[in-house]
Design a protein around this ligand. Sequence first.
Ligand code: SAH
Length: 277
Amino acid sequence: MCPAKDGDYEQAAAVTGRITIVGLGPGEAHWLTPAAQAAIAAASDLVGYGPYLDRIPAQAGQTKHGSDNRVELARAGHALALAAAGKHVAVVSGGDPGVFAMAAAVFEALEAGDPAWRALPIAVEPGITAMLAAAARAGAPLGGDFCAISLSDNLKPWEVVIARLEAALAADFVICLYNPISKARPWQLGAALEIAARHREAETPVIFARAIGRPDESLRILTLPEAVAAADSADMATLVMIGASSTRTIAHEGKNPIVYTPRSVTKSPCATSQGRT
Ligand code: SAH
């Protein structure tokens, strides 16, 4: 065998690092996949929003790099730089890392960053996203066609949010609203629900699913007018789901009604939604 040259060692050092973007699921450890858990256990460095890192028990020899919620791109660049320096990095996200979360930020940083980063092994480990956890608690509201919209206008103009919401309402999708409200965005959810109330019947079920999978979880099943009136009671930990025209409830003694959307569709969206505008 030929003796290794210095250059070979440099090459080897350049690819010893790796990065995995890991979904923690919506709540507690039992909703973390075994694969996500293994990726976290194998990491030398954990990168993420401070409260998400707090959910992971400390492990000997592992360094946590916590950061603020609003610095996703900087955090992604930091994670890539650590991996390029030979670390085994796990970037953690709540829910699924590909849904309004860190995976897209890491790929954005990769696209714009040091070309050498493109040699790094990069993987994404999925997690249970909030809308699936909320749907499971409510029954089967996502049994028919559905979509997800982030109501945050931090990264896109509000007009785009409204245009997408109007289109989804017109097409009669079940609509999941992520990031419904924050201190800096107090009125957007109320405005969105008022638009929905112009398209859909008053008895359309609306689900306010809060902190699902955590000890303080709550689930409220409201009508559209009740949801408009309750918009202020939602917070950053709430996912709001607006039913389609076929979404309905079944009384469930002593419990929240079950919400479900049948899989079969017999009406055209024009007959159900646009006719009301
Ligand atoms: N990547 C995450 C979503 C990040 S956006 C995921 O896949 O779930 C953050 C938004 O997700 C919150 O504002 C809220 O709308 C929703 N969310 C996250 N965790 C939640 C939970 N446990 N219960 C209800 N909604 C949640």
